[in-house]
Design a binder for this molecule. Structure first.
Ligand SMILES: Nc1ncnc2c1ncn2[C@@H]1O[C@H](COP(=O)(O)OP(=O)(O)OP(=O)(O)O)[C@@H](O)[C@H]1O
Ligand SMILES: [Mg+2]
Length: 261
């Protein structure tokens, strides 16, 4: 999309879930500075399912952390649902993250001592849902766990669940607050292909029910399940709508790069 099309009509801009302009992120300073993002302009519309591909070190997680309000850009703007969040302080960012964003990580990031149910209830407790009673929180967490097919595992701790099941708990936790944006950084990265396909089926189902999703993946097979594929290279966007064939080529190039290291 050209800049002029982007700028057309305030309504369109307001409807976007994500709009970034010139996002940069520099880690460290001076000689050791790493320019992880070098000017990212991207938009994501409501209900879109976008896959983000690129070689290891190209800046995918750095970008996801900024989109997820876990980190701030060094420069540039990030407008989330019409609100510029790029300069907010840590507390404000945490508030936005808790209310509007569901994050799914490659390594699940569940609390090992808590049951699946408690892990899913946690965001509700932190979210200032003062209006919800403990019982209502429980009810809500149970219904999301049921939706991801884990109704019969709610009292299991993470080490009593398979990898695929743990990732489903993590997805339930990401969804329990009914977020405007679901971000998944290599959600199938630690899973065998069958469990990976189950997670992808779940994300597709979520997308069909109207969720806005951005997912990082190294797999063209998984990226093909998204609506649109974006590619990063050395901290820059190299494609906004990569075809599946091109994604397959990108996958083979980036996996060769990985093997060469
Ligand atoms: N906290 C940090 N401090 C310094 N440099 C960092 C930090 N985090 C990431 N980097 C560097 O920034 C660059 C982008 O890293 P990032 O984690 O975003 O890559 P990625 O595309 O997610 O890679 P992968 O596919 O391996 O997960 C890399 O060169 C990395 O070494
Ligand atoms: Mg990464």
């Amino acid at each position: 999309m050209t800049r002029t099309e982007d700028d057309q009509g305030a309504d369109d801009v307001e409807k976007r879930v994500i709009e970034t302009s010139g996002l940069t992120r520099v880690y460290g300073r001076g000689d050791v500075a790493v320019h992880a993002l070098r000017g990212i302009d991207m938009t994501v519309d409501p209900g879109e399912f976008v896959a983000l591909m690129g070689a290891s070190g190209s800046g995918k997680s750095t970008l996801m952390n900024i989109l997820g309000c876990l980190d701030r850009p060094t420069e540039g703007s990030y407008v989330l649902e019409g609100e510029d969040v790029s300069q907010l302080n840590k507390d404000k960012l945490a508030g936005i993250r808790n209310r509007r964003i569901g994050f799914v990580f490659q390594s699940y990031n569940l609390l090992p001592r808590l049951t699946a149910l408690k892990n899913v209830m946690l965001p509700l407790m932190y979210n200032g849902h003062q209006s919800l009673s403990k019982g209502e929180m429980r009810e809500r967490a149970v219904s999301v766990l049921e939706a991801v097919g884990l109704g019969d595992r709610i009292d299991h701790r993470p080490n009593e669940l398979s990898g695929g099941e743990q990732q489903r708990v993590a997805i339930a936790r990401a969804l329990v607050n009914d977020p405007s944006l679901v971000l998944a950084d290599e959600p199938t990265g630690n899973l065998d292909s069958k469990s990976g396909d189950e997670i992808m089926a779940l994300l597709r189902q979520l997308h069909r029910s109207g969720a806005t999703i951005v997912m990082v993946t190294h797999s063209a097979h998984d990226a093909a399940k998204a609506q649109r594929i974006m590619a990063l290279r050395d901290g820059r966007v190299t494609a906004r709508d990569l075809g599946v064939e091109a994604a397959r080529r990108l996958e083979s190039v980036t996996s060769l790069e990985g093997e060469a290291r």
